[in-house]
Design a protein around this ligand. Structure first.
Ligand SMILES: [Zn+2]
Length: 193
């Protein structure tokens, strides 16, 4: 599994509109501009992509599992249209007050990913738009990346507060992250010969 390249992405605010889990099945699911293409670029660079997301509205009973499934179906169609693929979606189905281990900033979703794929997450890039995403990522050894979309938008042009993991890298959006990662990844191969 040494060469298994995995990227972990948050959903709302990172690849899709914030509050997308409040939309009903009829409204479908709205990706952020360029996000589907960014995932395609990661895939083409040999990266497997999974999602780790809090679905708090599911836990509160504000949205039903059928709507979540419809959104994921919608997302998968949009991904397929650009030749992209998400391997799995890991989500916390609990309400914020349930005190579960999987709702970010708790590390449970990342632990589930580690178990599912049988890999150490040390150095695995994880992307989110909120401090909760990055705290959960850093707790399991992932490399935290902030995108300045969704809840990250207010940090454009500003220093991050100390609540963010110290090693957090910042990108304008998911496309900028994908470009960064694919280019960084290409460097050792280019210099190997
Ligand atoms: Zn949970």
């Amino acid at each position: 599994m040494m060469n298994f390249k995995l990227v972990i992405l948050d959903r709302d605010g990172t690849i899709g509109e914030v509050g997308a889990d409040q939309a009903d099945a009829e409204h479908g699911w709205q990706p952020l501009p360029g996000a589907m293409e960014a995932i395609a670029r990661l895939n083409h660079g040999g990266w497997h992509v999974v999602i780790a997301a809090n679905y708090g509205d599911l836990g509160r009973g504000a949205v039903e599992m059928a709507a979540i499934n419809a959104q994921q179906g919608s997302m998968n169609k949009l991904l397929a249209a650009v030749g992209a693929r998400v391997d799995a979606v890991f989500f916390c189905p609990h309400a914020p007050d349930e005190g579960c281990r999987c709702r970010k900033p708790q590390p449970g979703l990342f632990e589930q990913i580690r178990e599912r794929f049988g890999i150490e997450l040390s150095g695995t890039p994880a992307v989110g738009d909120a401090v909760e995403d990055l705290v959960a990522a850093a707790a399991t050894g992932c490399e935290p990346h902030l995108v300045l979309t969704g809840q990250g938008a207010p940090y454009r042009g500003r220093a991050l507060p100390s609540t963010f993991p110290a090693q957090t890298r910042v990108h304008a959006d998911l496309a900028a992250f994908a470009e960064y990662l694919v280019e960084r990844d290409a460097v050792p191969t280019a210099t190997a010969n």
